[in-house]
Each structure stands twice: as structure tokens, then as C-alpha cells.
Design a protein around this ligand. Structure first.
Ligand code: SAH
Length: 246
């Protein structure tokens, strides 16, 4: 079988690692699991060793979908030929555990789609490019703040390229998102546009992006740059702006 580079097809073959990924999901009998980019089903087979209610596979490549149908015949499994960057995850259930060795070229879009569906996703475990995983966990970017407004992010482990077939050019990292107890109720599209604007032109002082009076009210130095702000502060700033507009 020829693997497609443009679909980020790097199969994870290390059994020990596959087992650990599944452990991090802490599966229970009533769980509905969603796997993104199952490929030939390496991780899928590991998940199937556990007790849970349903497993939904989202795979974009028709060739892989065919292989999955051949390889995996279980009542608990539902195979969907879908694009996980756009798929309405909440159509699968109210409390989903999402997992995947993600296609790295669209990993950010999948993270974004996860946040847009956080109301039905209490937990996600994703393998991504190490650099991206680290940035999401502790960096300053619109996406990192977007994710961390709704989820606690743990960096679980790093993985060298040789664990994959074919090996990717980059190292990998595994992260877990656990949804926060208290969730803000906001317009996600509006919040996203705010963040994208705030984190663009990073070298500019914040006062060029947000009215100085509001920054001062939020206890933020108008001369500082966006990357010095913790996600919590950014979220607070967004709230103050909202109130100001009302
Ligand atoms: N989980 C497998 C394969 C990982 S490779 C393993 O670890 O062995 C990434 C997989 O994601 C590939 O099968 C690829 O076809 C699939 N994929 C790529 N883009 C996708 C998208 N937008 N939506 C769903 N699946 C996608």
C-alpha cells in the first residue's frame, strides 16, 4: 500500500506507545469514543481491547476506509468517511472522548474543531508535531489561548520519528485536553476573531489593538506585548471588552 504524504499518513507502529495512548483515555463502559485519522487501524485495535460503548472512526481517505471495513468488524465500531477538520463531532454524542494520531498538516484545524465542539467533548488525547504540542500547552498563540480557555492541557510524552512508518521529518508529542469545570459561555466565532486579531502583529504594544482605558482597567500594561499575557488574562480582557460594548 502506498501511503499519502499530503494526508499526513505516518502510521504509528510501536505497540507500547499505542497501549499508553489508550491508557491516557481512561476508558469506561459507558464511553463513546471518536478516533480521528485511524488509517489502517493500529490504534483502533488497541482501543478495541477495552470496554466502552461505541467507537466512531473518522477517516478522510477512501482507500483507508476500505481497509478499515476489511480489518475491523465489530458491532461497537462505526466507520465514517469524513473530514475531521469540519465534522460536526457533537452529532455523535453528548460526552465524547476523542483520540488520534493526527495528520500533522491539519492538526491545528482539528484542535480548532475540537474547541468548537467542546460542549460534547470532555476529553481529547492527540498525537501531534512536538513543536505544536508544546506551543499549545505553554506557548502564546491564538490557538493555544483558544484551547486553554476551555481545556486544561497536559503534555504527556515525546516521541521520536522512528516510531512511525514512514518516519515524519519532525518529532512528535502527545497531549491530553481535559475540559474545565467552569466553562465560559461565549460566542466562539467572535472570541476566535478577537484572539486572531490580538495575536497578530505580535511585536506591537497592546495599546495598538485594544483601547488603553480598558487595558488599564484590566490591570494590563498598555505597552506590553500579547505574548506576555497568560490565557486567563486574555480571556478577562475579552470579557471586559464585551461589557464595554454592551
Ligand atoms: N492512526 C493511524 C494513522 C495516522 S496517520 C496510526 O497511528 O497508524 C493520519 C491519518 O489521518 C491518515 O490515515 C489520513 O488519511 C487521515 N487523515 C488525513 N486528513 C484527515 C482529515 N481531514 N480527516 C480525517 N482523517 C484524515
Amino acid at each position: 500500500m502506498k501511503l499519502k504524504k499530503h494526508l499526513g499518513q505516518h502510521l504509528l507502529v510501536a505497540k507500547g506507545v499505542l497501549e499508553r495512548i489508550v491508557e491516557f483515555l481512561e476508558l469506561q463502559e459507558e464511553d463513546i469514543v471518536v478516533e480521528i485519522g485511524p488509517g489502517t487501524g493500529n490504534l483502533t485495535k488497541e482501543i478495541l481491547k477495552k470496554n466502552f460503548k461505541e467507537l466512531h472512526l473518522l477517516e478522510i481517505d477512501p482507500q483507508m476506509v476500505e481497509i478499515l471495513h476489511k480489518n475491523i468488524q465489530e458491532e461497537r465500531v462505526f466507520i465514517h468517511k469524513e473530514d475531521a477538520t469540519k465534522f460536526n463531532l457533537c452529532s455523535l454524542g453528548e460526552n465524547l472522548k476523542v483520540v488520534g494520531n493526527l495528520p500533522y498538516n491539519v492538526a491545528s484545524l482539528i484542535l480548532e474543531n475540537t474547541v468548537f465542539h467542546h460542549s460534547c467533548i470532555p476529553m481529547a488525547v492527540y498525537m501531534l508535531q512536538k513543536e505544536v504540542a508544546e506551543k499549545i500547552q505553554k506557548g502564546a498563540s491564538w490557538l493555544s489561548t483558544f484551547v486553554r480557555t476551555f481545556y486544561r492541557v497536559e503534555y504527556l510524552m515525546s516521541l521520536p520519528a522512528r516510531f512511525f512508518v514512514p518516519p515524519p521529518k519532525v518529532q512528535s508529542g502527545l497531549i491530553r485536553l481535559s475540559r474545565r469545570e467552569e466553562l465560559p459561555n461565549l460566542d466562539l466565532m467572535d472570541y476566535k476573531s478577537f484572539l486572531v486579531g490580538l495575536y497578530s502583529m505580535r511585536r506591537k504594544a497592546l495599546k495598538n489593538k485594544v483601547p488603553e482605558t480598558i487595558l488599564l482597567k484590566a490591570g494590563i500594561d498598555p505597552m506590553c506585548r500579547v505574548e506576555t499575557l497568560e490565557p486567563d488574562r486574555v480571556f478577562m480582557l475579552y470579557n471586559m471588552l464585551q461589557k464595554n460594548e454592551r
